[in-house]
Design a protein around this ligand. Structure first.
Ligand SMILES: Cc1cc2nc3c(=O)[nH]c(=O)nc-3n(C[C@H](O)[C@H](O)[C@H](O)COP(=O)(O)OP(=O)(O)OC[C@H]3O[C@@H](n4cnc5c(N)ncnc54)[C@H](O)[C@@H]3O)c2cc1C
Length: 442
């Protein structure tokens, strides 16, 4: 059978390419640092909204999306790689993020917070994470963990006192639950809170606490030595006996300043105990929304990785053709794109369940677990597509690949979130080996 004319032309072209010798090639331009591909400091346009999810968003949600996207591409993309490489925090960004008026999420407007819907907040986290996952963790810990604990579990006086400056990012918060010996099993935490005249004495250790090396306000969970229940306290940066040391040598989220915290007889006045935390169960009021926001970080991370890969495959040539022309490359790209469409729909549906008061903890956990699983696959495919440059933070994908490992682990690991959903759908808790099990505390 006669070949189609366009196929014939392509075959002729390939024959010509094959005949050309090394000496026929144009001279190399050695002045170009990154030949054939643009680094991510110049972030590519968004090409990952294939099913036009913008149509599912309200005009307000779309405008917040664009505001944050433009900010991230213009202000953060050009500078963030060097901070990630050095594992330092870009403090100059803090007032600019504050000026966006998105911090304080869904807390009410009277404390200077933007009063966003859950979907609007979710879109913010995805758009920040699309360009830099670490910055989205910085905001999430400050906003959906520290501020929301004060907003949901604090007294009116505490809300009035702390939230307005936190909403402007004039003071930064962190949230300390995890301890060196109690991570997934956080409800068994050992830090103690002993009642003394006029306040409480906190003693113990915390680990992994994001923002804690420079935070002004530390939310610390501790076990009440009288009731044996978990309480929460607002600890100030300069409290005597408090020490936060940066955790070094992380392989991901390198911009986030995670700390080991020592609480050596730290005095907290009565007015700084959060009255709404009287047991570990009360942390769930905060974690329901924060887990949902964390589920949106991998959506954004995957979008950014896809967008960079989409541009890269068209720019980079091997064997005489752009990488985008190869079936194997297209297959990977399309798999990534399909994952993103599914992840977005699950995330969006969870927001709607939350907004109508119907979202269960199991649903949030399934969303976080499944989305991170798909995102992990997506960033791994992206890293592969970029070849050697997939190992460089400059091309974003290697950096996002490493960051994604942290998201898979924090706010409940993949396993723990699976067990939360498993318990909800079967009615049987399997957090502890059967021999030890007296009912899970989680
Ligand atoms: C970058 C980063 C930022 C973080 N930020 C904060 C923060 O701001 N504040 C804070 O309080 N914490 C923070 N964390 C801590 C995080 O929440 C914990 O790392 C996480 O809960 C897991 O605890 P772990 O590291 O002690 O692991 P472990 O609990 O020791 O788990 C190790 C492995 O065992 C598995 N495993 C554990 N229990 C079970 C079980 N019952 N069944 C099956 N498998 C199980 C886990 O899934 C995991 O694979 C952060 C962590 C990271 C990496």
């Amino acid at each position: 059978m006669e070949a189609h004319p366009s196929l014939k032309a392509a075959q002729e072209e390939m024959k010509k390419e094959a005949k050309s010798s090394y000496f026929d090639l144009p001279a190399l331009d050695v002045s170009v640092a990154f030949p054939q591909a643009t680094p991510a400091a110049n972030f590519p346009p968004c090409t990952s909204d294939y099913y036009q999810f913008d149509d599912l968003l309200t005009p307000q949600e779309r405008s917040i999306r664009m505001k944050v996207r433009i900010f991230m591409e213009k202000e953060v993309a050009p500078i963030i790689t060097k901070y990630w490489e050095k594992a330092e925090f870009p403090f100059e960004i803090i007032p600019k993020v504050g000026a966006l008026h998105v911090v304080g999420g869904s807390l009410k407007g009277e404390y200077g917070c933007p009063g966003l819907s859950i979907t609007e907040s979710a879109i913010v986290f995805a758009e920040v994470a699309r360009v830099d996952a670490s910055l989205s963790v910085f905001i999430l810990v400050h906003d959906y963990l520290a501020m929301h604990t004060i907003g949901i579990c604090g007294s009116e006086i505490q809300r009035q006192k702390y939230l307005p400056s936190m909403a402007k990012l004039q003071s930064v918060g962190c949230w300390g639950l995890t301890e060196p010996d109690y991570g997934s099993d956080a409800s068994a935490l050992r830090t103690t809170a002993k009642k003394v005249e006029g306040g409480w004495i906190l003693e113990g250790q915390k680990r992994w606490v994001g923002n804690s090396t420079f935070a002004d306000i530390l939310i610390i969970f501790a076990r009440n030595t009288t009731t044996k229940k978990i309480n929460a306290f607002i600890v100030k940066k300069d409290a005597p006996g408090l020490q936060a040391t940066k955790i070094e040598n992380k392989i991901g989220m390198r911009v986030v300043q995670n700390g080991d915290i020592l609480l050596n007889k730290v005095f907290v006045p009565d007015e700084d105990r959060l009255p709404g935390v009287n047991s570990f169960q009360d942390t769930k009021k905060v974690l329901a929304a924060s887990r949902l926001m964390v589920a949106w970080q991998p959506i954004g991370i995957s979008m950014g990785v896809y967008d960079v890969c989409h541009r890269y495959l068209k720019e980079r040539k091997q064997f005489g053709a752009p990488l985008a022309a190869y079936q194997l490359a297209q297959q990977k790209l399309v798999k990534m794109l399909g994952n993103i469409q599914g992840m977005f729909l699950v995330g969006w549906r969870l927001c709607k369940l939350y907004e109508t008061g119907k979202m269960t903890h199991g649903q949030a956990s399934l969303g976080k677990a499944w989305i991170t699983l798909k995102a992990r696959e997506t960033v791994a495919l992206g890293r592969e597509l970029l070849g050697g440059n997939g190992n460089l933070a400059d091309f974003h994908v290697g950096k996002a690949f490493c960051d994604m490992e942290s998201v898979y682990t924090f706010e409940g690991t993949y396993d723990i979130n699976t067990l939360v959903t498993g318990r909800e759908v079967t009615g049987i808790s399997s957090f502890k080996p059967a021999l030890l099990s007296t009912g899970s505390r989680l």
